[in-house]
Design a protein around this ligand. Structure first.
Ligand SMILES: NC(=O)c1ccc[n+]([C@@H]2O[C@H](COP(=O)([O-])OP(=O)(O)OC[C@H]3O[C@@H](n4cnc5c(N)ncnc54)[C@H](OP(=O)(O)O)[C@@H]3O)[C@@H](O)[C@H]2O)c1
Length: 328
C-alpha cells in the first residue's frame, strides 16, 4: 500500500492564468508520443494543439472521428483513431491496433475525455453501468491498463487524469456505484466519476513505486471553463448557477480553454513533479487540501487521495472490466 501523497504547493512559477503554451515554453517534445482522449473539443483540443506545437506526435482517439479530423485540421503531427470509451470492445480494438500491431511506445497519456450531468444513461457489457462512472472512469481504467506495455516502454512516461473539483460532492458510492439502489442524481454521478479519476492516479502511481518501473501518474483539476461539457445544462441554469452572464460572458474566476489546458500539460511534463507522483494538481501546482466547499477555489478532499480507497477502487474496476487484475 502506498503512503498518501503530500498535498502542498511546490511553487512552479505558473498559476491560474498560465496557458498550456506558457508551461511548455522551452520544453521540446520532439520524438515523444502523446495520447489525449477527447483531444478534439474544449480543453482536450487545447492540450492537443499545445503538445503538437511543442513537437509531440499526438494520437487523438475519437468517438466522432470525422468531427475530430475537422476540429484538428491544420494541426501537425496528429493522428485520429476511432474509440468509444463506453464500449470495452472498442477500447480493445483501439489498443490492439496501437500496441500489438504497431508496437508503439507512449510517453504521455492524458485521460481527458468526459461527460457531465447527462440524463441517466446505461452502458457497458450488460448495459448496467452508469455512464459517468463507465466513460469517465472505467473506460480510462481499461484504456490505461491495455496501454500499460506501451507506457512502460517509454523512458519516463506520465499519465494524467483530468479530474475536477466536482469531486467535492461525492466519495465513491461503494454500496451503489451505478445508482441502482438509491435513484439517479446527475451531479452525484459526475462527482463520483471525478473522485474515481483522482483515486485512479493515486493507485496507478503506486504501481510504479512498487515495481520501480511504469508511468508516473497525476490527477488535475483544470479550473472552470465554458466548453461543450455543459451541453446538458440549459443556458438559464448556467446563468442561475453564476457560470455566465446573460450575454454569455464567462463568470469571474473562469478560465479560457488555453488556461484550462495548462495544468494537464504541466503535470504531463514538469520535472518539478518527478518526486511527487500521485499528486492532485490545480493551477499548475500541487493542490492544497480543500478548506472550503467553493469549487471555484478548489483544493482536494481527503477521499480523493486516500491510498486504501484507491486500491479498493482499482480492485472493483478490475473486476468490472476484467482488466488490471495483475496490478491490484
Ligand atoms: N470545462 C470545465 O469547466 C471542466 C472543469 C473540471 C473538469 N473538467 C474535465 O475536463 C475534461 C474535458 O472537458 P471539456 O470541458 O473539454 O469538455 P468537452 O469539450 O465536452 O470535451 C469532452 C470530450 O470527451 C469526449 N467523450 C465524451 N464521451 C466519450 C466517449 N464515450 N468516448 C470517447 N470520447 C468521449 C467528447 O467527445 P464528443 O465531442 O464526440 O462527445 C469530447 O471530445 C472532462 O473530463 C471534464 O470532466 C472540465
Amino acid at each position: 500500500m502506498s503512503t498518501r501523497q503530500q498535498q502542498h504547493k511546490i511553487g512552479s512559477g505558473f498559476g491560474a492564468s498560465s496557458t498550456a503554451d506558457d508551461v511548455l515554453d522551452g520544453i521540446g517534445l520532439q520524438g515523444r508520443t502523446a495520447l489525449v482522449t477527447g483531444g478534439y473539443s474544449g480543453l482536450g483540443l487545447e492540450i492537443t494543439r499545445a503538445l503538437s506545437r511543442a513537437g509531440a506526435h499526438v494520437i487523438v482517439p475519437a468517438r466522432r472521428p470525422a468531427t475530430a479530423r475537422e476540429a484538428l485540421r491544420g494541426v501537425p503531427r496528429v493522428e485520429v483513431r476511432p474509440l468509444d470509451l463506453a464500449d470495452l470492445s472498442s477500447i480493445r480494438q483501439f489498443t490492439d491496433q496501437l500496441v500489438d500491431r504497431h508496437h508503439r511506445k507512449l510517453d504521455i497519456l492524458i485521460n481527458n475525455a468526459g461527460v457531465m450531468a447527462c440524463p441517466e444513461t446505461r452502458v457497458g457489457p450488460d448495459g448496467t453501468w452508469e455512464a459517468h462512472f463507465a466513460i469517465n472512469h472505467l473506460g480510462h481504467f481499461a484504456l490505461t491498463n491495455l496501454l500499460y506495455p506501451a507506457l512502460s516502454s517509454a523512458e519516463a512516461a506520465r499519465v494524467v487524469s483530468v479530474a475536477s473539483s466536482g469531486h467535492f460532492l461525492s466519495d465513491i458510492r461503494w454500496a451503489d456505484p451505478h445508482f441502482v439502489r438509491d435513484g439517479y442524481d446527475r451531479w452525484l454521478a459526475y462527482a463520483q466519476s471525478k473522485t474515481a479519476n483522482a483515486l485512479f492516479a493515486v493507485h496507478l502511481n503506486s504501481l510504479r513505486d512498487t515495481a520501480g518501473t511504469g508511468p508516473r501518474a497525476f490527477a488535475v483539476h483544470p479550473g472552470s471553463i465554458l466548453t461543450p461539457l455543459q451541453r446538458h445544462i440549459p443556458r438559464d441554469e448556467q446563468i442561475a448557477q453564476g457560470w455566465m452572464t446573460p450575454d454569455g460572458t464567462p463568470a469571474p474566476g473562469f478560465k479560457t480553454p488555453a488556461q484550462g489546458a495548462a495544468t494537464a500539460v504541466w503535470a504531463a511534463t514538469s520535472p518539478l513533479l518527478d518526486a511527487h507522483g500521485g499528486a492532485y494538481c490545480q493551477d499548475c501546482d500541487i493542490a492544497e487540501p480543500a478548506t472550503t466547499e467553493d469549487m471555484l477555489i478548489g483544493g482536494v478532499k481527503p477521499w480523493a487521495t486516500a491510498p486504501e480507497a484507491a486500491a479498493r477502487l482499482w480492485q472493483l474496476s478490475a473486476e468490472l472490466t476484467g482488466l488490471g487484475t495483475h496490478a491490484a
